[in-house]
Design a protein around this ligand. Structure first.
Ligand code: AHG
Length: 347
């Protein structure tokens, strides 16, 4: 006899009572995101077999080459969100401008969604985990009309839901609606996401640091010193820490969430604002991380969720993970800033 498993749909229905103000719209939206994730998962899994690997020919707004699977995932998620009737528009890494849904049903939608449909896409060709990241906001503009840019320029604190899908050795959907974080693993035999990781909590501290050390010489002094700290021996804090970096935010984040750790993508000389995008990479991951008991900042004392977005594809430095570790990294950043300031004043 098998123990009863809770499917994503069952879970969403059970939890709907958590939102007395909601009339099921958010639940329906999440169900549609789950459906799109299954379709993208199917394509990701057979990517080596069909002509879907490689470049689509264009570059996105970030000047990065667009892979065919990126385009496929973007279209699938857009179709699913449009069909849900709950979403008035989306902002995605693959589209320069916001996509406003024009049907009457969608114009009446209560929510807007930001997403990175296929994050870590440089890893597709080499069979390494990739992911989808999404974030849900209540719109500001009146229902019944097209979504506006203002709907998307909300602080991360205004998110009503956020999460990610990881297409890894198994496929998982992890999300929060502001009441903890839950993880669902796709059971391919029944084609359903099943609750496998209820109430996920990141350890207060961990032994993993994740950063692209190839950029070391371009890092701020505080980050360099923090890396040195991670590499030093100390029995009490279990240092040296292990360095683990996949290059897919979703995969690096997911591992650290389960095991405890810190992920850093700081500002560098080539990316003075950092590389990751505030609206559809940093904010959703920060919301999940805080809900799991962790912390997310820009490394300069500002909580990611408090940053007021000024443009759709804005970037932000990203320090995220176990609370004690992010606090420690912040401490090094602060000390370095003070030392620089003193040196400047001393002339
Ligand atoms: P992309 O989707 O263009 O492959 O970007 C991946 C992102 C993110 O997932 C990852 O953490 C980061 O870029 C890796 O950047 P570096 O290669 O500069 O380390």
């Amino acid at each position: 006899m098998h123990a009863h498993v809770t499917t994503l749909n069952e879970f969403i229905i059970e939890r709907q009572s958590d939102f007395p103000y909601a009339k099921g719209e958010l639940s329906r939206l999440l169900t549609h995101i789950g459906l799109a994730a299954k379709i993208v998962n199917r394509e990701v899994n057979k990517a080596g077999l069909v002509d879907i690997l490689g470049e689509a020919g264009g570059t996105n707004i970030q000047g990065e080459s667009v892979k065919k699977l990126d385009v496929f995932a973007d279209r699938r998620f857009i179709e699913a969100l449009r069909a849900s009737g709950e979403c008035a528009g989306i902002a995605s890494e693959e589209n320069d401008e916001i996509v406003k849904f024009k049907t009457d049903l969608a114009k009446d939608g209560k929510y807007i969604v930001t997403m990175d449909p296929l994050d870590g896409s440089s890893n597709i060709d080499v069979n390494v985990s990739i992911g989808t990241i999404f974030s849900i906001y209540r719109r500001i503009s009146p229902r019944g009309h097209e979504a506006t840019l203002e709907d998307f320029m909300q602080r991360g604190t205004k998110q009503v839901g956020a999460g990610y899908v990881i297409y890894g050795s198994s496929t998982m959907l992890v999300f929060t609606t502001g009441r903890g974080v839950n993880g669902f693993t796709l059971d391919p035999s029944i084609g359903e996401f099943c609750l496998s990781h209820p109430n996920m909590q990141i350890p207060l501290s961990g032994t993993i640091y994740s950063i692209n050390e190839g950029n070391y010489i371009r890092f701020p002094g505080g980050v360099k010193k923090y890396i040195k700290y991670c590499q030093e021996s100390d029995r009490q804090t279990q240092r040296p820490y292990a360095s683990r970096y996949i290059g897919s935010l979703v995969a690096d984040f997911h591992r650290n969430l389960l095991k405890g750790g810190i992920f850093i993508y700081p500002q560098t000389e080539s990316h003075p604002e950092g590389k990751l995008r505030l609206l559809y990479e940093c904010n959703p991951m920060a919301f999940v991380m805080e809900q799991a008991g962790g912390m997310a900042t820009d490394g300069m004392g500002t909580r990611i969720l408090d940053i007021k977005p000024e443009s759709l594809h804005q970037r932000a430095p990203f320090f995220v993970g176990s609370r004690r570790m992010v606090e420690k990294a912040e401490e090094f950043m602060r000390a370095e800033r003070m030392a620089e300031e003193e040196a400047r004043v001393a002339g």
